[in-house]
Structure formats: structure tokens, C-alpha cells
Design a protein around this ligand. Structure first.
Ligand SMILES: NC(=O)c1ccc[n+]([C@@H]2O[C@H](COP(=O)([O-])OP(=O)(O)OC[C@H]3O[C@@H](n4cnc5c(N)ncnc54)[C@H](O)[C@@H]3O)[C@@H](O)[C@H]2O)c1
Length: 128
């Protein structure tokens, strides 16, 4: 039997931090562990501590880029059997998105292409 785990991609941003807090609180009784991948490109250094303080739980944090295959390979050597993947990876700065739309398109596309097979593999692993 594996621990219950939920993966939040880019989970230290505005939406991600709220997801982490609510998931931790709501699933506390079920003993879910929250694993976050974030590169801190648009999040504060103290966000993980704030999440831990609010929830009384400790999230597992992997600092790195969700487009970096070598980094993801290392993460998933350590972490398997996620029951759920919440995919929030994106760039969200309005002005930059207008001046460099390709960068935004590529980020959304690449991270989604990563997240979909990861979620499928984790789902299959949970069935075994
Ligand atoms: N904020 C809103 O009102 C809102 C509304 C609807 C949908 N959304 C969607 O929710 C998602 C998150 O939005 P947000 O407002 O929380 O953004 P945010 O910028 O606050 O959070 C994004 C997080 O992703 C991280 N990140 C970005 N690129 C990364 C990468 N390549 N690898 C690892 N980490 C990376 C950043 O450091 C940040 O912590 C986006 O998909 C956005 O479109 C947001």
C-alpha cells in the first residue's frame, strides 16, 4: 500500500499556494502528502514556510523547471504513485504575454505535454 500523494505543478504561485493550503487542510484526515514542483520564477521564497505554517503540515518541494526533463526524471525517481496531479504551470504576466506571446504559448504547451503523460503514468502506477 502506498502513501496518498498529490502533485501540484508550479504550486507556489497565487492559485497553487491556495490549492496546497486547501488540499492539505481538507485531506489531512486522509493523510495525503502534497508534493510541489516550482522554479520560483514568480513566487516568493517564503511561500513554502507560509503553507506549512497555515496547514501544520510540511509540503515536499522540488525546486526546478517543469520543462526540464532531466530534473523531472530525478523527481520521479524519488516520487511515484500520485493519486492526483493538479497542473497549474503557466506564465501569467499580462504585458509580457503581449510582447512575447510565443514564450507564453511554448510554456503552456511544453508543460502540458509533460504533465499529461506524467499523470497517466502515475494513474497506472496507482492501479498496480
Ligand atoms: N490568477 C488567476 O486569477 C487565474 C485565473 C484563472 C486561471 N488561472 C491559471 O492558473 C494557473 C496559475 O496561475 P497563477 O495566477 O497562480 O500564476 P502564478 O504566476 O502566481 O503561479 C505560477 C507558478 O508557476 C511557477 N512556474 C512558472 N513556470 C514554471 C516552470 N516552467 N517550472 C516550474 N515552475 C514554474 C512560478 O514560479 C509560480 O510559482 C495558470 O495556468 C493560470 O492561467 C489563474
Amino acid at each position: 500500500m502506498h502513501d496518498h500523494k498529490i502533485l501540484v505543478t508550479c504550486g507556489l504561485g497565487y492559485i497553487g499556494a491556495h490549492v496546497c493550503v486547501n488540499v492539505c487542510v481538507k485531506l489531512l484526515e486522509s493523510n495525503f502528502n502534497v508534493v510541489v514542483i516550482d522554479n520560483f520564477s514568480n513566487s516568493s521564497r517564503d511561500t513554502p514556510d507560509k503553507i506549512n505554517t497555515i496547514t501544520g503540515r510540511t509540503i515536499t518541494l522540488y525546486k526546478g523547471d517543469f520543462c526540464d526533463v532531466a530534473f523531472l526524471r530525478k523527481v520521479f525517481q524519488n516520487e511515484t504513485h500520485f493519486s492526483c496531479v493538479v497542473h497549474l504551470a503557466a506564465l501569467v504576466l499580462m504585458h509580457e504575454s503581449l510582447s512575447d506571446p510565443v514564450k507564453y504559448y511554448e510554456c503552456k504547451l511544453t508543460t502540458s505535454c509533460m504533465a499529461c503523460p506524467i499523470a497517466a503514468i502515475q494513474f497506472l502506477a496507482c492501479l498496480m
